[in-house]
Design a protein around this ligand. Structure first.
Ligand code: NAD
Ligand code: IPM
Ligand code: MN
Length: 350
């Protein structure tokens, strides 16, 4: 008998709940088609919930989630909460406090029609990004002095630890080795960030020496941004810090057909991991049955793969690819379907 996985789900804000609904629909179709089973528990944490109750991520939730096989989140961000307080607790809180140190963002283009580059095709775009997910500019160390005056000082610290840098770089090399990818590129801005990113340089050199079979190289992040658009085929595995990883994976999303196609996992090798599409809550599309759910569905596939359900993951990815090729897509990909109809099309394929 197939296994039953316990999944904690937070749809979140804006288009988050809508695309999450389609991803869950696909999981249920997989079960109906003889695949694994899922026991889903949905949580209301969102801007709505925060504004109504003052609660963001209640005490004890992360401890509860440790007992699940995976966590799945939609997206967060709401104009009524301009400082993103709820998202800082729910999204960044989960990443940091569960120590989900690897944000893995695969960038694959599923069809030539989605490739935005001149003289390139889908086959040229197949990169896995390893974004450090628990440090850097994201830790929230710093503050304001004389806030709101002409003399204001604002400081936001970039925190890089030996342990944090080493573990993400090592994971990228291990992934390259185990997946048969031949090269790892590390990207930083060590020419300017001469303390924090000098640490990245030294650690990268050390760890790469442990993997003589894997070609290692380096590129400053400004050059990486340019090369991703010029010659994406040169990249296989890219490892970088939290902030640069955030930015270059949106470029990666554009190479896949847009933010509506991009999937991500917030991973730690041992324990419960969390999965979410790369895109945000896109408030202007909320409630309009307009958002592309494929990134959310591919995120579910990434979760299945992580859980060891390789065959189910492959079926979902192939289902999405077939729908793309058949034009069963939302408007961002040139199609005419709504969010729910795309979910239905992927389910029908399964
Ligand atoms: P966004 O990703 O929400 O949207 C940017 C643009 O990308 C949209 O206007 C739309 O054109 C396109 N897009 C994104 N997802 C799409 C989809 N599924 N289908 C079709 N088109 C899609 O980014 P933003 O506008 O910069 O931010 C909106 C809010 O989301 C902000 O509050 C931001 O902080 C938040 N955000 C959250 C996450 C997250 O929860 N992981 C990620 C990014 C942004
Ligand atoms: C992402 C988002 C988040 C990030 C925001 C919403 C905190 O942009 O997941 O890419 O910067 O990590
Ligand atoms: Mn982002």
């Amino acid at each position: 008998m197939s296994r039953v996985y316990r999944i904690a789900v937070v749809g979140g804000d804006g288009i988050g709940p809508e695309v999450t609904r389609e991803a869950l629909k696909v999981l249920r179709s997989l079960t109906a088609a003889g695949g694994p089973g899922f026991e889903i528990r949905e949580y209301p944490f969102s801007a709505d919930h925060f504004l109504a109750t003052g609660e963001t991520l209640p005490d004890g939730t992360l401890e509860e989630w440790e007992g699940y096989d995976a966590i799945y989140m939609g997206a967060f961000g709401d104009p009524r909460v301009p400082d993103m307080r709820h998202a800082a607790d729910i999204l960044l809180g989960t990443r940091f406090r569960m120590d989900l140190y690897a944000n893995i963002r695969p960038v694959r283009c599923l069809d030539d029609a989605l490739c935005p580059l001149k003289n390139r095709s889908a086959a040229d775009i197949d990169i896995v990004f390893f974004r450090e997910n628990t440090e850097g500019l994201y830790v929230g160390m710093g503050g304001n002095f004389k806030k709101g005056t002409a003399d204001e000082v604002a400081i936001q610290e970039d925190v890089n630890t030996r342990k944090g840098v080493e573990r993400i770089i090592r994971l990228a090399f291990e992934y390259a080795r185990d997946s048969g990818r031949g090269k790892v590129l590390m990207s930083d801005k060590a020419n300017v960030l001469t303390f924090g990113h000098d640490l990245w340089q030294r650690v990268f050199k050390e760890v790469s020496a442990e993997f003589p079979g894997i070609e290692s190289s380096h590129m400053y992040v400004d050059a990486l941004a340019m090369q991703l658009l010029r010659k994406p085929e040169q990249f296989e595995v890219v490892v970088t810090c939290n902030m640069f990883g955030d930015i270059v994976t949106d470029i990666g999303a554009a190479l896949q057909g847009g933010l509506g196609m991009a999937a991500s996992g917030n991973i730690r090798p041992v324990g419960t991991s969390m999965f979410e599409p790369v895109h945000g809550s896109a408030p202007k599309y909320a409630g309009k049955d307009y958002a592309n759910p494929m990134g959310a569905i591919l995120t579910a596939a990434l979760m299945l793969d992580h859980l060891g359900e390789k065959e189910a993951a492959r079926r979902v990815e192939e289902g999405v690819a077939r729908c793309v090729r058949a034009g069963k897509t939302t408007a961002d990909l040139g199609g005419q379907l709504g969010t729910a109809a795309v979910g239905d099309a992927v389910c029908a394929d399964l």
